[in-house]
Design a protein around this ligand. Structure first.
Ligand SMILES: [Mn+2]
Length: 429
């Protein structure tokens, strides 16, 4: 692997936290993701199931984790099943985990080959009353393919019809929402790699450069710093394209006088950065661009300050809406009449700022974690307000990633230039 893995203690602790949430006499089973097909004999790049990774640190396909904390046979309380490797696989696909390596990475003592899985499963399930299975319960997930998890749920229910089944996802959301120190370290590295990419393009962007050349500069910097690449499809949007929120075509030339919005983050060790910066293509903001830019930056900073422990995320989003409303009045984009006449379900500010301000960030870019319970220290959020004015060809979003602390926050992107003046200076030096 390209990245330095976190020490196994983290995964031992994560499993202990998970086990403590299970009902008595339960077994929980986690599956790897499938390797998704493309066409002919092609496949997509493998991406481990994040829950399995969180509990084991193992990023290898066809891995299964079984956790049964009350199993009368202590050896069966934690079992990790791996694809058996052999010389042929080693020649064609390269190195796979040996049992010793998997134990060193995960802290799990009982490592078995997959061929033993059915036997062990039968034994452990027979000694358990309740079976926790995993499925993607992200609030915005729209899964249409039948995943390995879904196939496994079906098979388990057929095989063990008289057991009680339960959901692992709510427990995983709660645990993964609050990051451990090692996880913050990986996120910081992902943000630092993203910073390198941004600094690289600050001296690269000038009128005539294309969006895809900028994309290539980022990727170059990411991969040479041990990232697998982009954490998500990058948005490199010049001019009015910045007002298309999910513009990923990245195909145009950047023109003098336009601004360039870049929503780009590096992956590192399966953790993700999620940054947005907006810069002037020429290296100098116009007066109007600068006014809108500074308004977005003020909202970004105020929002970061009110995203505090015990705040509720829904209330936070309403509060940021009011801050944005006053900035839009200042820019002459809305007025008191618009506000008096607004539909409370669709406030006037949403015409120029139509997306949410924050989401959880971690192993997933839109990470799992509660959006309804109070915020607690250790949660990691993006803070990403924007103002989009298609009529003026202006779209500005500024996004940093912050860790909630007891008294305030740690900005993982504190070193990435964001002040308009500093950006101009770096682009012209
Ligand atoms: Mn984001």
């Amino acid at each position: 692997m390209k990245y330095s893995p976190l020490p196994k203690d983290l995964y031992i602790r994560n499993r202990a936290k998970f086990a403590a949430k299970l009902a008595k006499n339960s077994v929980a089973i986690f599956n790897s993701n499938d390797i998704m097909p493309t066409n002919a004999d092609g496949t997509m790049k493998f991406r481990q199931n994040n829950d399995l990774f969180y509990l084991s640190g193992i990023a290898q396909e066809e891995t299964i984790l079984l956790i049964a904390p009350d199993c009368p046979n202590p050896a069966m309380r934690e079992v990790l099943f791996l694809r058996e490797t052999n010389e042929l696989i080693a020649v064609w696909e390269g190195h796979k985990y040996t049992k010793e390596e998997a134990e060193a990475a995960s802290g799990i003592k009982n490592i078995q080959w997959l061929s033993n899985f059915d036997q062990v499963l039968n034994t452990v399930v027979s000694l358990s009353e309740r079976i926790y299975l995993n499925t993607n319960e992200h609030l915005r997930a729209g899964v249409v393919v039948e995943t390995r998890d879904a196939r496994f749920i079906k098979a388990c229910k057929e095989k063990f019809p008289l057991h009680v089944f339960d959901r692992a996802a709510p427990i995983m959301h709660e645990l993964r929402g609050k990051k451990e120190k090692g996880e913050i370290d990986q996120l910081q590295i992902a943000c630092d790699i993203t910073e390198k990419g941004f600094r690289r393009i600050l001296s690269f962007v000038k009128p005539g450069v294309t969006e895809y050349e900028i994309e290539a500069e980022f990727l170059h910097e990411f991969v040479r710093n041990r990232s697998k690449g982009f954490a998500y499809e990058p948005i490199i949007a010049s001019g009015a394209s910045a007002c298309v929120l999910h513009y990923i075509e990245n195909s145009k030339a950047c023109l003098d006088g336009e601004m360039l919005l870049m929503d780009v983050g590096a992956e590192y060790g399966n953790y993700n950065a999620d940054m947005t910066r907006t810069i002037p293509v020429s290296g100098r903001f116009s007066t109007r661009q600068r006014a809108v830019y500074d308004a977005v930056l003020r909202v970004q900073r105020e929002a970061s300050n009110i995203l505090r422990p015990s705040t509720n995320i829904q209330d936070y989003h309403k509060e940021v809406g009011l801050i944005m409303q006053s900035e839009l009045i200042g820019l002459g984009l809305i007025d008191q009449t618009d506000i008096q006449n607004q539909d409370p379900a669709l406030p006037a500010y949403k015409k120029y700022f139509m997306h949410g301000t924050s989401h959880h960030l971690g192993l997933d870019v839109h990470d799992v974690g509660t959006m309804y319970n109070p915020i607690t220290p250790g949660m990691v959020f993006t803070v990403e307000p924007g103002i989009y004015i298609p009529a003026e060809g202006i779209g500005i979003r500024l996004e940093n990633n912050i860790v909630i602390q007891e008294n305030g926050f740690l900005d993982l992107m504190r070193n990435i230039p964001i002040e308009a003046g500093e950006i101009e200076e770096l682009m012209n030096s």
